[in-house]
Each structure stands twice: as structure tokens, then as C-alpha cells.
Design a binder for this molecule. Structure first.
Ligand SMILES: O=c1ccn([C@@H]2O[C@H](COP(=O)(O)OP(=O)(O)O)[C@@H](O)[C@H]2O)c(=O)[nH]1
Ligand SMILES: O=C(O)[C@@H](COP(=O)(O)O)O[C@H]1O[C@H](CO)[C@@H](O)[C@H](O)[C@H]1O
Length: 294
């Protein structure tokens, strides 16, 4: 708290249909880090087109809730987690912004203090990523230690080691818990959908350099798991994000662009053609500049 001084801290939670968990997370932050100790200055939940009572649960617990499509509503809305995070950045005001998923089942106040700490005590640190043990809890209720982070292990980690080995030390590159200085976050684009974490790591490496990027062990992280089919779509989005950065950094010259349709097969001969394209929001700072000019 001494190190905090006048630095302000915003916690932003992207939440799509998280009525079962968002309230508990917000309550812990409010009780421990707003009322008991004034580390956090604002708690913003981005209601990401939820169809359940996410907004009500979050508001009851003491968060300011913003509807994703109502932030910067003069812009055509985009979709997915990356859009929710970018809108949460725009809707918040803290010098430091902490992103926390709203489906966590293992959340504790130390998630926030652990991520914010390095930013408060070291002016040369601009980004802090969580690492943790990630169990996988199957539908049978059996918890398998270290079996979580399936897209991390099968897609993100190999891609980062192949093309951005400086980032190989981030043990959980896709984890949804991380904190950064607003000044850095407003200078990078936000990939939409589930490409956002991968895109931020690669773009922040280029912007602030590896020495300004830290990692904090928060113990363990349990969350609601998606299906393998959903993770297949997530994997496609992350691969397209990686491809876009390889092109942008001049590391590949494409004779043709990769397709962004994915044909997935289910049971009983079911086949679904899905679109795994990602878009991206520009650095928020550029937006403000244009508005000022306008
Ligand atoms: O369009 C979306 C998709 C996801 N999320 C939120 O982003 C976080 C991570 O998403 P999810 O749990 O679906 O991903 P996973 O953790 O399974 O990879 C959760 O708080 C979701 O509610 C969101 O706000 N908008
Ligand atoms: O790390 C992963 O492989 C995925 C899926 O995790 P699980 O296999 O369900 O434990 O979870 C993450 O991926 C998303 C895309 O980056 C993030 O948005 C999520 O916050 C994160 O949970």
C-alpha cells in the first residue's frame, strides 16, 4: 500500500454467462481489496452479451457493470473475449489494469495483489502474467493435476517456442489473469475472440521488451472448462493470430492467406462449418487521437 501511493488500480472482468461465479469473485475483491485494504479503486465487469443473470450478480456484489456493445458504441461492435477486454480497458480509468476471468473457481485476493505488486514496486515492469498449476476437472468430477490448459499445451506453447522463444518462459501464456500499465495497454491492438492473450504477449514483447514483462506464481487455477470442439475453434483463432503477427513482423511472405473456416465433425455424422476468423481493435490511444483531431 505504501508503494501504491497515488497509483490507481482497476480490475476488469470479462463475463459472458458467468452468473454462477462472477458474484463470488467480485465480492472477494470488494471485501478484501476495496473495503479492508484500499488496493483496488474500481471493479468493472464487462457484460459480454450474456443471456443469464451475470450483470445482476455482478452488480449485487458491488461491481460497475458495462455492456460490451454500449462502450464506444459509435463503433460497429465486434465479438468475443478480446472485444470484452478492449471495451473494459476503455470503460475503466486505473493507471494499472488487472484482467481476471469471471469463471474462476479458485479465486483469492492474492490473485490481484500478486499481479499488481511488481508493477507498484518496480517502475521498469509494465506487464505481469500469472502462472499457476492448472488442474482439469472432468465431467466425472475427477480432478487431474496439471491437465488443464489444453490449448496452451497443444497450440500456444509450441507456437511461441517456435517463433517467439523469448516468451517461452511464460508457463501459462493463455491464462486469463494478468496486469499491466494502462500506458502500455493503450499502445497495443487487441485481437478479438480468444486470440487476445496470444496477441498481447507478442505485441507487448515488441513494445516494452522482455525485461519489462514479469511473471507471478499464484498457486493454482481452476475454471469452467469448455468442450474439445470449442477449444478446437479457440485453437484456430490462436493460429490465425500467430499467422497475422508472423506476417506483420515480416517473418513470412504469404502467397495466399490461410482460410478461416473450420469443418468440425461430431457424433452421428454431424458436421459443422465454423468461422474462426479473428479481427482486432486498434490501440486505444490511436482512437482518442482521431477523436481529438475530429
Ligand atoms: O465472448 C466472450 C467469451 C468469453 N468471455 C469471458 O472470458 C473469460 C474466459 O473465457 P472462457 O472461460 O470461455 O475461456 P476458457 O477459460 O475456457 O479458455 C470468461 O470470464 C468468459 O466469460 C467473454 O467475456 N466474452
Ligand atoms: O489455456 C487454455 O488452453 C484454455 C483452455 O483451458 P482448459 O484446457 O479448459 O483448462 O484456457 C485459456 O485460454 C483462453 C484463450 O487464450 C483464455 O482466454 C482463457 O482465459 C484461458 O482460460
Amino acid at each position: 500500500m505504501l508503494a501504491k501511493d497515488t497509483t490507481t488500480v482497476s480490475v476488469v472482468l470479462p463475463a459472458r454467462d458467468e452468473e454462477r461465479t462472477v458474484g463470488d469473485i467480485v465480492s472477494v475483491i470488494r471485501r478484501d481489496l476495496v473495503e479492508r485494504v484500499g488496493l483496488v479503486d474500481e471493479i468493472v465487469v464487462v457484460d459480454s452479451n450474456s443471456t443469464d443473470a451475470t450483470a445482476e450478480r455482478a452488480r449485487e456484489a458491488g461491481a460497475r457493470v458495462v455492456a460490451q456493445n454500449e462502450v464506444l458504441s459509435h463503433l460497429p461492435p465486434l465479438t468475443g473475449k478480446g472485444e470484452a477486454l478492449w471495451k473494459g480497458l476503455a470503460a475503466s480509468s486505473g493507471d494499472i489494469v488487472v484482467f481476471v476471468d469471471a469463471d474462476l473457481r479458485s479465486f483469492g485476493a492474492h490473485y490481484i495483489s500478486g499481479l499488481v505488486g511488481p508493477l507498484l514496486v518496480n517502475g521498469d515492469t509494465h506487464f505481469v502474467k500469472a502462472t499457476y498449476e492448472r488442474p482439469y476437472t472432468g465431467e466425472d468430477g475427477v480432478v487431474r493435476r496439471g491437465a488443464g490448459g489444453r490449448v496452451t499445451e497443444l497450440v500456444a506453447r509450441p507456437l511461441l517456442n517456435m517463433f517467439w522463444p523469448e516468451l517461452a518462459g511464460f508457463a501459462q501464456p493463455l491464462g486469463g489473469e494478468y496486469a499491466a500499465r494502462r500506458a502500455a495497454l493503450e499502445q497495443v491492438p487487441f485481437v478479438t475472440e480468444y486470440g487476445v492473450e496470444f496477441g498481447l504477449l507478442v505485441d507487448l514483447l515488441q513494445l516494452v521488451g522482455l525485461d519489462a514483462m514479469a511473471q507471478v506464481d499464484l498457486g493454482h487455477r481452476a475454471h469452467t472448462h469448455q468442450s474439445v470442439a470449442a477449444l478446437g475453434r479457440m485453437a484456430g483463432q490462436i493460429m490465425l493470430t500467430a499467422w497475422s503477427r508472423l506476417e506483420r513482423q515480416g517473418r513470412v511472405l504469404a502467397s495466399e492467406q490461410p482460410a478461416h473456416t473450420l469443418l468440425q465433425f461430431g457424433l452421428e455424422g454431424r458436421a459443422d462449418l465454423v468461422d474462426v476468423a479473428v479481427a482486432e481493435r486498434p490501440p486505444l490511444a490511436s482512437l482518442v487521437l482521431e477523436e481529438d483531431v475530429a
